[in-house]
Write a protein of this length. Structure first.
Length: 438
């Protein structure tokens, strides 16, 4: 690595808060997730300054810190407007890149996007981020008749329309992808699978929990049947390991379950950014059950705030029951766990406490999942004794819980299964015709 490469990675983080003390832990984690080496920070407690977000004196302090640390990137844990970005840029040494919180998040998303769907969602978010800035340039240029007014760049009257057109095309393509994925979900339900989604904030332990729930199963044998099932799920201690979704098969009692891990929530995300990734969140919205994973080792105030935000995000479109999973109980004692459980009881009235890393209480969680999923229906079919009937009986054994099978002049089979499986078995039974009446 050259000296110049090393300098490119050096970053100073900045955070302004209206009151209290600025906490830079998350923005540092986000910056490291983007590949930056955080070498300094500047914080301020005051109301937002319209010109530079932080005060003029603090901006001078920031410029001095950047120069002293030989940093090439400044990352704000706030959203910056076009004018603020321009004014701050004039204060900083030449060549220093300036990112606000959401531009940083988009940069991370861009690094993680591997599938066509993820890449489209990142592009959609970037365009939605750029659109108001393009509109600002257009407005200023029209008002002042000066291209590049306030350093916002050359005015291109077609740029705003280009962005809107591209947003529309991406939405159409994402809708086509979602229709395909929804068809696949319905096929899985008809095949007897319950769909469980893991939701929660980054680093809450979702991927580790997914590995525990599916640890005893070889999912390779199902690869042809379910092409997006991965044999592994990363559980690194870094943000946005799962930008897309990872689905694995698990057995929970009498049920066959497909568990999907999705992108982690982040605090203070604007609506336009959440909306850009709603296609990924459809795996949560359209599940039969959502496991909302929480890091119980965090301060109770943070847990409560994240639960509120997560419920707000999920409540917009989610219809499935939500079970809160208090993860990382190996990092707290019984008294602290009980205190936190009581403090969040209004948001999580009956949580399941586990340690995904240590495998503690995972069996309890599996029992709860079985109880919360849609109930099985009981069915009794009377079938003619034919070769096709034997094929149907075999199919029912694969997709349902068979109680009894009586073979005589007719085949009588009793079983329990998901409503979709019961409905499909009835349709298959209706197609059977005794050989002598054919």
């Amino acid at each position: 690595m050259t000296a110049n490469d090393s300098q490119t990675d050096r970053a100073v983080v900045v955070k302004r808060v209206d009151s209290g003390t600025a906490d830079t832990a998350e923005i540092r984690d986000l910056s490291r997730a983007a590949g930056y080496d955080v070498v300094g920070e500047v914080t301020q407690t005051r109301t937002e300054d319209p010109a530079m977000h932080i005060g003029e004196g603090k901006a001078e302090t920031l410029a001095a810190t950047v120069a002293a640390e030989d940093a090439a990137v400044v990352v704000f844990d706030n959203q910056l407007g076009p004018y603020q970005t321009y004014n701050l840029g004039n204060e900083l040494p030449d060549g220093v890149r300036l990112l606000d919180r959401f531009r940083l998040i988009l940069e991370i998303f861009g690094q993680r996007a591997q599938t066509r769907k993820a890449q489209l969602q990142v592009e959609l978010a970037e365009l939605r981020y750029e659109l108001p800035r393009a509109e600002a340039k257009a407005s200023l240029a029209k008002r002042d008749e000066r291209p590049g007014f306030m350093g916002l760049g050359e005015y291109d009257e077609s740029r705003e329309q280009d962005i809107k057109s591209r947003i529309a095309r991406i939405r159409d393509e994402l809708e086509d992808i979602e229709q395909t994925e929804q068809h696949r979900r319905e096929q899985r339900r008809e095949s007897g699978f319950d769909l469980v989604a893991l939701a929660g904030y980054t680093n809450a332990g979702k991927s580790t929990l997914l590995r525990q729930l599916a640890a005893d199963l070889d999912v390779d044998e199902n690869a042809d049947r379910h092409p997006d099932i991965d044999t592994t799920a990363e559980s690194e201690n870094r943000l946005f390991t799962t930008l897309g979704t990872t689905t694995r098969r698990a057995e929970m009692g009498r049920r066959d379950v497909l568990v999907t891990d999705t992108v982690g929530f982040i605090s203070d995300l604007p609506h336009w950014l959440v909306e850009s990734f709603k296609s990924t969140l459809d795996a949560v919205y359209r599940a039969d059950l959502v496991l909302l994973v929480v890091d119980v080792s965090e301060p109770v105030e943070d847990i409560r705030e994240k639960l509120v935000t997560a419920h707000d995000t999920l409540s917009e479109r989610n219809e499935a029951p939500i079970v809160t999973v208090l993860n990382k109980i190996d990092q707290v004692d019984e008294a602290e766990l009980e205190r936190k459980r009581e403090a969040i009881s209004a948001l999580a009235p009956n949580p399941v406490a586990v340690s995904a890393k240590a495998g503690l209480n995972v069996d309890t969680l599996e029992t709860r999942v079985d109880r919360e999923l849609p109930p099985f229906e009981h069915e009794r079919l009377v079938l003619p004794m034919t070769d096709d009937t034997m094929s149907l009986v075999s199919w029912i054994h694969d997709h349902a819980v068979v109680e009894t099978v009586d073979y005589g002049d007719e085949v009588i089979i009793e079983f329990e299964a998901r409503p979709a499986v019961v409905e499909r078995s009835r349709a298959k039974a209706g197609d059977l015709v005794p050989a002598e009446s054919a």
